[in-house]
Design a binder for this molecule. Structure first.
Ligand code: HEC
Ligand code: HEC
Ligand code: HEC
Length: 445
């Protein structure tokens, strides 16, 4: 009898803890919870407008304002294949349980969104519900876009309706059961899509609120830079503490000094986000390069300042996997530096030193400077391997210099040896990468 009572007591305790944990996860925190101050609705906010296109475009027409906002929200990145027509869709999102493809969002009547009404478009972007009530996967970051005002979403629609309609149907998704059950997404969005518009924090400056709108509602930085909870929703308790995005490490961008961006200067941040390089901090690569080329580089200087001002205030969270200090320049002489990896060194001499120099300062362009870059100071070497495999994309024809992909030409062993040499010479060597690790990364492509 006593044992049964104890067991029942324990079962109740487990149930309460379980329910408590789920409630704690679901209730989460909204993205600007950390600011603590009182919120006001946009209608009640008296300062200069913090939504919409910036004042520089005050007199521009709806389509031009929409173009600016479409860029700020980076709709193009996901809705375009490598080298494909912008917004025509078909880009693959490889998930552990299959592949999801982005749809065509050009105004083609039959295969795009040409027949969508304003209400249908608003419902998709704010609530993740497509035409005919189709629940959408959160790979489409509607839980961030839900903060965009109706006016801004409709300006984006006006711009998308101004581009050339393309007849294109994305490949069928290959998600396995139960992930192919769209109805599950209804549950997900009920739990994690707040379905509320942006509310400024009354006691913060207009610039901060503008930055918050650009970062949280449009730029969806947290989609890549914040860890996720058990249900794959963003965990704002670890806001911007770093995560993995498309197989790349999207580093800590909280204001932690050693492992986040707390010790970056304003100028370094602005330059990284818009010029594709920051002196002493390296250059964005992979998914971040896309965000810079397609989105951030098109923001006005005022908006970039606002983004930086907002980022600065995100509370510090340390990433224990990153070293506290960045390695300095490597010796100028090829003869000096790490030995014990002659194969990696020989490959570096043949394929890399011409652009990166033996010191790690870019030989041809400052963009190729490796000294100070987080990627080479990350002991996991994940982004170094990814960069060797994929190189840079010259996405919008405005890239000054770009790195070729070495994935097709090199074996897994060659890539591993190179990556180990690069981290040892320019940064923080960790556990050496092996060919099997490289094979795993190739599979993510
Ligand atoms: C991070 C990637 C990503 C970004 C950024 C993104 N989308 Fe999408 N979007 C997707 C994916 C993936 C789907 C398909 C979801 C599904 O099949 O359930 C989608 C679906 C859609 C749909 C539904 C279309 C249909 O045929 O059902 C619309 C509309 C849409 N996106 C518009 C936009 C707009 C507007 C923006 C910018 C404000 C945007 N997307 C930004 C990935 C993205
Ligand atoms: C699609 C995913 C993605 C999105 C969206 C994204 N980032 Fe990144 N970000 C990355 C990746 C991956 C890296 C690492 C790049 C590298 O190693 O070169 C990175 C690097 C950075 C860095 C440099 C960190 C360091 O220590 O070197 C900053 C700063 C940054 N991102 C800011 C932002 C901001 C601000 C936004 C939103 C406006 C944003 N990112 C949106 C993926 C993303
Ligand atoms: C044609 C010039 C060129 C060559 C050759 C080249 N690179 Fe690069 N590399 C660049 C540029 C430019 C960047 C800066 C990234 C950017 O602008 O997006 C870069 C960036 C990098 C990064 C930083 C990635 C990150 O996540 O921040 C690494 C690591 C790297 N290169 C390694 C190599 C290795 C290893 C080789 C030889 C196999 C090589 N590079 C060959 C031009 C080159």
């Amino acid at each position: 009898m006593r044992t049964i009572k104890i067991l029942m007591g324990l079962a109740c305790l487990v149930a309460v803890v379980g329910i408590g944990f789920i409630a704690w996860t679901v209730l989460g925190r909204d993205p600007i919870h950390f600011a603590k101050g009182p919120r006001v609705t946009l209608a009640a906010y008296t300062g200069p407008s913090v939504t919409g296109a910036p004042p520089d475009l005050a007199h521009a027409d709806l389509v031009m304002r929409g173009e600016y906002l479409t860029r700020a929200a980076d709709c193009q990145a996901c809705h375009t294949t490598d080298g494909g027509v912008p917004f025509a869709g078909g880009r693959a999102f490889k998930l552990p349980f299959g592949t999801l493809f982005s749809p065509n969002i050009t105004p083609d009547q039959a295969t795009g969104i040409g027949a969508w009404s304003d209400a249908e478009f608003l419902r998709a972007v704010h609530k993740g519900v497509g035409r005919g009530g189709k629940p959408l996967y959160p790979a489409f970051p509607y839980a961030a876009y839900t903060l965009l005002t109706d006016d801004d979403v409709l300006a984006i629609k006006a711009y998308l309706f101004s581009v050339k309609p393309i007849h294109a149907v994305a490949p069928e998704n290959t998600l396995v059961f139960p992930f192919n059950q769209r109805l599950l997404m209804t549950v997900w969005s009920a739990m994690f899509d707040a379905d509320t518009r942006f509310e400024p924090v009354a006691d913060r400056a207009p610039e901060w609120n503008r930055g918050a709108y650009l970062v949280e509602a449009a730029g969806h930085c947290g989609e890549c830079h914040s860890p996720r909870n058990l249900f794959q929703a963003i965990d704002n308790r670890k806001k911007f503490a770093g995560a993995v995005a498309d197989g790349w490490r999207a580093y800590n961008i909280s204001s932690d000094k050693p492992t986040g961006i707390g010790s970056w200067s304003e100028a370094q941040l602005a330059s990284y986000l818009t010029n594709g390089h920051a002196a002493g901090r390296g250059s964005p690569a992979g998914p971040m390069r896309e965000a810079v080329d397609m989105s951030l580089a098109h923001l006005t200087p005022g908006d970039v300042k606002a983004v930086v001002a907002y980022l600065r205030t995100v509370p510090p969270i340390a990433d224990p996997a990153l070293p506290a200090t960045l390695a300095g320049p490597a010796p100028a002489s090829a003869a000096k530096g790490p030995d014990g990896n002659p194969h990696g060194k020989a490959l570096f001499a043949g394929a890399c030193a011409s652009c990166h120099d033996w010191t790690g300062s870019g030989a041809l362009t400052a963009n190729a400077t490796l000294t100070g870059a987080r990627a080479v100071n990350d002991p996991s070497a994940v982004n170094v391997v990814q960069m060797i495999l994929t190189g840079n994309h010259d996405l919008v024809g405005k890239t000054q210099a770009y790195m070729p992909a070495f994935g097709p030409a090199y074996t897994d062993l060659e890539v591993a040896d190179l990556a180990n040499y690069v981290t040892a010479r320019f940064g923080t060597a960790g556990r050496p990468i092996g060919p099997a690790d490289v094979a795993r990364f190739r599979q993510l492509r």
